[in-house]
Design a protein around this ligand. Sequence first.
Ligand code: ATP
Length: 296
Amino acid sequence: MEAGNGNAFVKRAYAKINLGLDVLRRREDGYHEVKMIMQTVSLYDILTFTRTEEGIAVVTDKEELPGDESNLVYKAAKLLADTYGIKEGIKIELQKRIPMAAGMAGGSTDAAAVFRGMNECFGLNMTEEEMCALAVKIGADVPYCILGGTALAEGIGEKLTKLPDAPDCFLLIAKPDIDVSTKYVYGNLHADELERHPDIDGMREAIEAGNLGGVAQRMENVLETVTIKKYPVIQEIKDFLKANGAVSALMSGSGPTVFGIFETAELAEEALLKLEERGLAKQLFTATLINRAEVE
Ligand code: ATP
């Protein structure tokens, strides 16, 4: 953790993409059983922690994202304060840079950063396993965000297997001007009627072999069947990226964000300029993959 001004500490909360996303079935309790390859990317929010006398205060730089009890940052801080009987207070300032309602786990990664940040700030000495076991109460993707890097996620997303770092590549991340609710997408998915299932095991082998082509060739996300049907612009962006130098392109999570994989930074930059001109996406970023070791 970097030291901030005075007694403040700063943490980065990195976004994720799904290199592959399969839904195996809908459970009786309404949750979906998934099988996904998760990958941390170099787009991040910044959280600044300052110890105070008492209470939890969350301040954000986005009007549409209040720092109240609905914020996952607040929820994570409250869960930790209650679980560990922390008597002192904490102020957490959130600089939001990850697009919201985008399929990039923006909220989950902020919660994960609170776990890592408060663990250090208050000397809680939680192991990664202990943090993950508690973090799942906030959301199924939070344990993965604590781990970071390349991982296989199963169960409802909380059963994690660390994988070797995915092969290096360059990304163009594009979010069209729509917000998608994860609840809507899963609610409209007919898991038992899916015609195709991604080859997640094959992708895992390709990652283990360091074979970028093998990864790209297996990039599939079953949630596209719901989100693209409602928002065809997602398909347009995927096609545009593939026609403009991307080895492959996919919707991340429940969408609507699309990422393209490129072999060089120049190709990703060129595609960004062309897509900007074409006007299909409101937010555009180039990015790289972030390894587990870089997620402090
Ligand atoms: P996922 O990929 O996990 O489905 P997402 O990128 O689709 O996530 P988020 O940006 O994480 O979606 O958040 C969805 C909603 O959660 C937001 O619209 C917002 O109301 C709420 N939320 C609560 N706390 C946060 C936070 N710290 N950052 C972003 N959204 C938050």
